[in-house]
Design a binder for this molecule. Structure first.
Ligand code: SAH
Ligand code: MG
Length: 218
């Protein structure tokens, strides 16, 4: 795939709606590309938990397309607690007026279509723990950016991290070491990964953390 195609997808990522600063998005792309290029890395598909309007899926999708991988983009598209009316990250135009509930799926589909990623990014629409419980395919990359409450974040860790193959890359978003900068649960699950002894720390860019699975026992 020509480099200008990756640049085109990255431009769509930068322009897409969502919660991914440019430097952290670029780091997502770089780590995903490095995972695919690693000669001794596992070759399973990739999965992100928490797609919202497709912004991070475009950053990861740019690398997935170049490498011929599939990215499963999991979201129930009803928004996290912090996306609901009255909360800080609420966007009222993403509410389905007929239901009075959030629905980010139409915007997500449009983002993926416009980026030319429909052959690379596969939407999985449902509740993360329910999908994780039935999942069987080892993943070579896992990006966790779903619900940031204590229960959702820890359930994502427990449900998905065991599906990451040894040698695979774990990316966690919104990890704030200083509580003044943001909520604790993403930081707590990053600590779990580090404390498990099953991961090597690879990188930190803004609130994005990258780790490599090095062994069993997550
Ligand atoms: N990665 C996105 C932002 C994700 S926001 C970006 O780049 O912009 C968090 C998302 O997690 C929301 O869209 C919300 O619907 C989703 N989410 C929260 N809890 C979930 C659950 N239990 N199952 C599936 N999706 C969930
Ligand atoms: Mg995030």
């Amino acid at each position: 795939m020509p480099a200008d195609r990756a640049a085109e997808v990255l431009a769509h990522a930068a322009a897409a709606r969502g919660f991914m600063p440019p430097d952290e998005g670029r780091a997502l792309f770089e780590h995903a590309a490095a995972t695919a290029a690693s000669a001794d890395g596992p070759d399973g598909p990739w999965l992100e938990v928490g797609s919202y309007c497709g912004k991070s899926a475009c950053y990861l999708g740019a690398a997935a397309e170049a490498a011929g991988r599939i990215l499963y983009a999991l979201d129930h598209h009803r928004g996290s607690e912090e996306n609901q009316a009255g909360w800080k990250h609420h966007e009222p135009d993403l509410v389905d007026p007929g239901l009075g509930r959030m629905d980010t799926l139409p915007t997500f589909r449009r983002t993926i279509h416009d980026a030319g990623l429909e052959g690379t990014v596969v939407a999985v629409v449902g509740d993360s723990p329910a999908v994780a419980a039935a999942w069987a395919t080892p993943l070579s990359l896992l990006f966790i950016d779903g619900g940031h409450g204590t229960e959702p974040a820890h359930r994502d860790y427990e449900g998905w991290v065991p599906h990451l193959a040894v040698g695979g890359t774990l990316l966690i978003h919104d990890v704030f070491e200083d509580p003044a900068d943001g909520g604790r649960p993403p930081y707590e699950i990053w600590c779990r990964a580090v404390a498990s002894g099953a991961f090597a720390e690879v990188d930190a860019v803004g609130s994005l953390r990258a780790l490599r699975r090095t062994g069993p026992g997550v």
